[in-house]
Design a protein around this ligand. Structure first.
Ligand code: ZN
Length: 182
């Protein structure tokens, strides 16, 4: 009998691959205020399309969201005065866990449905890549111990199921009071 930890790890790998193969088809797209960088990172980790950058605040953020048909996430109450622009959601907490909980609940997102399917650095959906193609691109111990890989088409960063996945799963389980799918 395979140890539970090992079975769970394999289960996570299979699910991770499935989310990438399916690609992200989320209908909701976000434009995140520059003051909410950690929230943007977490939204990308769960596969949500979340644009973010140092230039995205105030009117520039509203213009960006209008042009790209995105929903604004901000702590800036002044942006709520905008009547004819994009939809603006005021994030109420200073803490990233509560911020993510607010967005997940408000938009009824399933944080496990598209997890790890998007590059956290540049917001692009990652693409599967054959193990033989990453031999010279990842550390040798990673190549020896991992079977599945994905690559961001923009920044070329290579992703693989790793220990931080367990950390993310634990955070999301706390957030949603749900067990991550095995
Ligand atoms: Zn990238």
């Amino acid at each position: 009998m395979m140890p539970i930890d090992q079975r769970r790890r394999i289960g996570c790998s299979v699910q991770w691959l499935a989310t990438i193969v399916r690609h992200v088809t989320s209908e909701v797209r976000f434009a995140v205020d520059r003051m909410l960088g950690r929230l943007a990172t977490w939204l990308r980790l769960i596969g949500e399309d979340a644009s973010w950058g140092a230039h995205l605040s105030g009117q520039a953020l509203l213009r960006h969201a209008s042009t790209q048909r995105r929903i604004v996430l901000t702590r800036d109450r002044h942006l709520l005065r905008c009547q004819s622009g994009p939809r603006v959601v005021l994030i109420t907490s200073d803490h990233v866990r509560e911020q993510l909980r607010q967005v997940v609940e408000l938009f009824a997102l399933d944080p496990f449905a598209h997890i790890f399917s998007r590059c956290v650095r540049c917001n692009q959906p990652v693409e599967t890549i054959a193990k033989t193609d990453v031999r010279d691109l990842v550390p040798s111990y990673v190549f020896a111990t991992q079977a599945r890989f994905a690559r961001c088409p923009q920044c070329r960063r290579i992703y693989w199921p790793a220990t931080h996945h367990d950390h993310v799963h634990r955070e999301l389980e706390v957030l949603t009071a749900r067990r991550a799918p095995a």
